[in-house]
Design a binder for this molecule. Structure first.
Ligand code: ADP
Ligand code: MG
Length: 681
């Protein structure tokens, strides 16, 4: 099958240049890519229902013949509407199509068809709106592919039918037979054929299981090779001899929570250990006070003579950490520097020199920290905040600047243990399961856009009382042109009740310096409303902001929404989160309601996992992992099986050099090539 990756998709019938461009949007360039593009789900057209028997409010297949068709009519907005009456010999239903006038020809002569959609009762009538239509002889199980505008699933299916025909008679399977047998998995040949065109749904399930296994196995083999072996014992010089935690706590303007104390002492304990360096994930909901934990650990590390590096994913956050840690630690003779992309060259040079001399105790910054010029005298502790945003390679690059330094990872997104294992390797976990006292619940509401203007009034009222708000809207310059960009949005606010408010704009296309200025103005109260894309998502702390208003809320994952919501409710005033969404889809609404019901980040993450499936953890590429297509974390069993298999393979053949592992080697490179991670040779 490997050779099909060299056959361009345009070799298929009905795939010309134009269509190839659409396929390219789905990352499909070759016939091989298409075969590795799996259906999202299936439509079962095998046993059509009669009209009266079709279950209500569920997608299903209904059969009938065309009794009457009216020519398509034009309606507002240049749309066309086509109505047909379908009869199954007993009952009738009205079927409506929008902008599908070409169907008129198909229906004009009557005939029997299958309709796949949701049937609704309306008094005595049955109705179906915009179903998929098919000839009766097409009954069977049809794949449903993730689609892109202009390229419906049907067209992908047609191409896939041809692609399957091009499969060689004998396919090389990257997974050795012994592993397939041991784990009860089907062959690649069977899997590819049945993931696209199963005869029974169970066949698709078997295929899915095997393909998930393969994907996870390859991922783990790749990760293992990227990470290159296990943590070793910390250098003698990095061992903590005296614990200065109490001294540090007495410097804090607040009393640490029990959870913070526990996390700090767990870290200190790790760093006192003789056998291995600390490798710890500190997980805590937004606002649980992870920064203070990091500061405490730095304090003791530095007092024990170590240098520390603290890496944040964005410049805004790095600056914020720099400010708060300088406030906390600067007074006690600790030297702290900030290194980000926008620091001037001359200043950078000074920092590089001071680092090598050991004059800087704590270096805070963005991924500028991993630049080649950065050399520490003796880096003993590496802390990364919101770690999941860094790639594996970036992480290892920073760690390699020290000799087996201690590692502390901070994350606000609860990550399932198995997934954490895969990303970070074997690490220990501290959980901040307690919020600082006095925190209030953020009341959350779900509204549709019809209520937007009333909600603006609500914002106005709070702004008049001296509070501030965030409005989050979709990204600037992304392909989703139909969504308002932050810029246009801010512009439009000028014609609403919010016109007199001071409005600031923050988006991903701005230079770091510009962002910083806006953030500063916002935190100084010079801006009332910050209209923003998700760049404010992580870590920003402005206690006077009390309303988080999120447009197109359905576009965000729950965990992301929770992160955004965590930006308010940080001060003394009652805070609110308003989610705007016009999506009527039941699952979407359910998902958004979870936000209204709970403020507990761990519960939300669980729910997110349950509702969206774990693909999301991979999909968003937040972990620096390559994008996966099929692996489903809900099958923890498969993940565990692959962990075992990967360990066995690497034990036997660490570099995947053996003949029987050549297929795995090839696939590993293919998967990681897409992340632009060139470490894998
Ligand atoms: P996160 O875990 O989201 O990174 P931060 O470290 O930014 O949270 O802390 C959020 C806010 O809570 C900060 O303003 C911080 O000063 C404050 N804070 C942290 N710990 C405590 C505590 N024990 N008591 C009161 N306030 C605290
Ligand atoms: Mg934080």
């Amino acid at each position: 099958m490997a050779s099909l990756f060299k056959v361009p998709i345009t070799e298929l019938k009905k795939v010309g240049k134009k269509k190839a461009e659409l396929f390219a949007r789905l990352n499909i360039f070759s016939v091989g890519d298409l075969l590795r593009f799996y259906p999202r789900t299936y439509e079962d057209w095998r046993n059509p229902y009669s009209i009266a028997q079709a279950p209500e409010n569920t997608v299903c297949c209904v059969g009938g013949y065309i009794e009457k068709t009216n020519p398509p009519a034009r309606i507002r907005g240049g749309m066309t509407i086509l109505k047909v009456i379908v009869c199954d010999g007993k009952d009738r239903m009205t079927v409506t199509f929008f902008n599908q006038h070409y169907l008129y020809e198909k229906f004009a002569d009557g005939g029997e068809f299958l309709f796949y959609g949701i049937i609704k009762h309306n008094g005595h009538f049955y109705e179906m709106s915009s179903p998929t239509v098919s000839d009766v002889n097409k009954a069977g199980i049809h794949p449903v592919y993730p689609q892109t505008a202009g390229l419906p699933s049907r067209h992908i299916e047609e191409a896939a039918i041809q692609a399957i025909r091009m499969l060689p008679e004998k396919m090389n399977d990257p997974i050795p037979t012994s592993i397939l047998e041991k784990n009860g998995l089907c062959s690649l040949d069977y899997a590819i054929r049945n993931i696209h065109f199963p005869k029974q749904l169970e066949d698709a399930e078997n295929a899915r299981k095997r393909l998930s296994f393969e994907e996870l196995l390859i991922l783990q083999l790749g990760m293992a090779r990227l990470k290159g072996g296990r943590q070793t014992a910390a250098e003698i010089s990095h061992r903590i001899r005296n614990d200065y935690t109490e001294e540090f706590f007495s410097l804090l303007p607040f009393v640490p929570t029990g959870a913070q104390k526990r996390a700090v002492s767990e870290c200190i304990f790790d760093m006192t250990n003789e056998n291995c360096a600390m490798n710890r994930l500190v997980q805590g909901d937004v606002g649980s006070g992870k920064t203070a934990v990091a500061a405490a650990v730095c304090y003791t590390a530095i007092k024990n003579g170590m240098q520390c590096a603290f890496m944040a994913p964005t410049e805004i956050l790095a600056v914020q950490h720099y400010n708060s840690l300088t406030e906390l630690l600067g007074e006690c003779g600790i030297t702290i520097s900030l290194l980000t992309g926008s620091v001037r060259a001359s200043q950078k040079k000074k920092i590089y020199a001071a680092l090598e001399n050991g004059e800087i105790d704590l270096l805070i910054g963005t991924h500028a920290l991993i630049s080649d010029n950065v050399n520490f005298k003796d880096l003993g502790l590496v802390i990364t905040d919101e770690q999941h945003r860094f790639g594996v390679a970036q992480r290892s690059a920073l760690i390699s600047k020290g000799k087996s330094p201690h590692i502390m990872v901070m994350s606000a997104t609860p990550i399932p243990r198995t997934l954490a294992l895969m990303i970070f390797g074997d690490l220990d976990l501290s959980v901040l399961d307690e919020l600082p006292p006095g925190r209030q619940k953020v009341d959350t509401f779900l509204i549709d856009s019809a209520k937007r203007f009333r909600a603006y009034g609500f914002l106005k009222k709070h702004i008049d009382e001296g509070q501030q708000c965030y409005i989050v809207c979709p990204l600037v310059g992304q392909s989703e042109m139909e969504l308002e960009s932050a810029e246009e949005y801010a512009e439009k606010l000028h014609s609403t009740v919010l016109r007199d408010c001071r409005i600031g704009l923050l988006h991903g296309k701005m230079k770091p310096k510009e962002k910083e200025i806006i953030m500063q103005e916002f935190s100084q109260g010079k801006i009332d409303i910050l209209v923003s894309t998700t760049v404010i998502e992580v870590g920003v702390d402005v206690p006077n902001a009390t309303i988080m208003f999120i447009e197109n809320a359905e576009r965000f994952g729950l965990s992301q929404l929770h992160q955004l919501r965590g930006r308010v409710g940080r001060g003394k005033d009652k805070s609110y989160c308003i989610l705007v969404s016009d999506h009527q889809n039941e699952t979407t609404r359910q998902r958004l309601y979870v936000m209204c019901k709970t403020n507990d980040g761990f519960k939300i993450a669980d729910e997110d996992l349950r509702l969206r499936g774990p693909g999301d953890f991979f999909g968003a590429r937040q972990h620096g992992l390559p994008e996966l297509k099929i692996a489903n974390m809900s099958s923890m069993e498969i993940l565990e099986q692959t962990q075992q298999a990967a360990a066995d393979i690497l034990h036997d053949d660490p570099l995947l050099e053996k003949q029987e592992h050549r297929g795995l080697y090839f696939e590993t490179r293919r998967l990681f090539a897409k992340t632009g991670s060139d470490q894998l040779q």
